[in-house]
Design a protein around this ligand. Structure first.
Ligand code: ADP
Ligand code: MG
Length: 257
């Protein structure tokens, strides 16, 4: 019998402050392999901060982050806590690839160069192999014909799909999406939603911060509602959206649906 696989990412009792502002007040979250976890909540509730702490773009002050069964090792404590092992940080960051609201493509590089950049220069993978993979991922997100264009020549929806191809080309263990459709016009939003749904269907592990409750309901295995830095309610999408227990969640949903 196989031993149970550890979750791709597990977070326990995470605390994060910016100076005197306590943003995460003890948050637990688990993303099992092949699962989609959606994070919902009002603006300022700490969703982006949680994602950024998970892949070590931000340093939390307390609590555990466990990547594929391997706890992040820290030195120091509280405000002076830092990751102890740069190699571990690199591994976690490259394996939890982020897709941002604002795409963050490099404007002076073509789409193909954008997708190839990190695998070639950070991961030191073979250029020819990376190019073949990059073209396949551009095909997958439906913009193979834009390989030689520059970001400014693409629509917002195409730029975001390029950013998703770039994340996929890292061959990460999980994708972390931070409001990937929020900067898009409604008609372009659907192009990106389609790609996210396809990735969910092929069993990608994803953590998805979104204001799109329909998308969260469609793709999630688990939904987490953050309120003022705490998990107010969580559960399968049918329960969270269909039978919310907390008054705050009910209120939040009544404003968004
Ligand atoms: P959400 O993504 O849910 O809108 P954020 O995680 O971006 O929330 O922000 C949570 C809180 O932390 C907000 O009050 C925000 O102003 C604050 N915050 C976020 N990033 C920083 C930062 N780099 N410095 C100081 N405060 C920050
Ligand atoms: Mg945010």
């Amino acid at each position: 019998m196989h031993e149970a696989e550890p979750p791709v990412i597990e977070i326990r009792d995470l605390h994060k402050s910016y100076g005197p502002l306590e943003v995460l007040k003890g948050v637990d979250m688990v993303a099992e392999r092949g699962h989609v976890v959606s994070l919902i909540g009002s603006s300022g509730s700490g969703k982006s901060t949680l994602l950024r702490c998970a892949n070590l773009l931000e340093i939390s002050q307390k609590g555990e982050i466990i990547f594929e069964g391997e706890p992040i090792r820290w030195k120091g404590a509280g405000a002076s806590r830092r990751p102890a092992d740069p190699e571990q940080v690199r591994r976690v960051r490259t394996n939890l690839a982020m897709v941002f609201q604002q795409f963050n493509l490099w404007s002076h590089m073509t789409i193909l160069q954008n997708v190839m950049e990190a695998p070639v220069h950070v991961l030191k993978r073979d250029r020819a192999e990376v190019e073949a993979a990059a073209r396949a991922y551009l095909e997958k997100v439906g913009i193979a014909d834009k390989a030689d264009a520059y970001p400014a020549q693409l629509s917002g929806g195409q730029q975001q799909r390029a950013a998703i191809a770039r994340a996929l080309c890292m061959e990460p263990r999980a994708l972390l999406f931070d409001e990937p459709t929020s900067a898009l016009d409604p008609e372009l939003e659907q192009e990106v939603v389609k790609v996210i749904k396809a990735l969910a269907e092929e069993g990608r592990t994803m953590i998805l911060v979104t204001h799109d409750m329909r998308l969260a309901a469609d793709v999630s295995d688990h939904v987490v509602f953050l309120h003022l830095g705490r998990i107010e309610e969580e559960g399968p999408p049918e329960a969270v959206f269909g039978n919310p227990q907390s008054e705050r969640l009910r209120q939040f949903l009544s404003h968004t649906l």
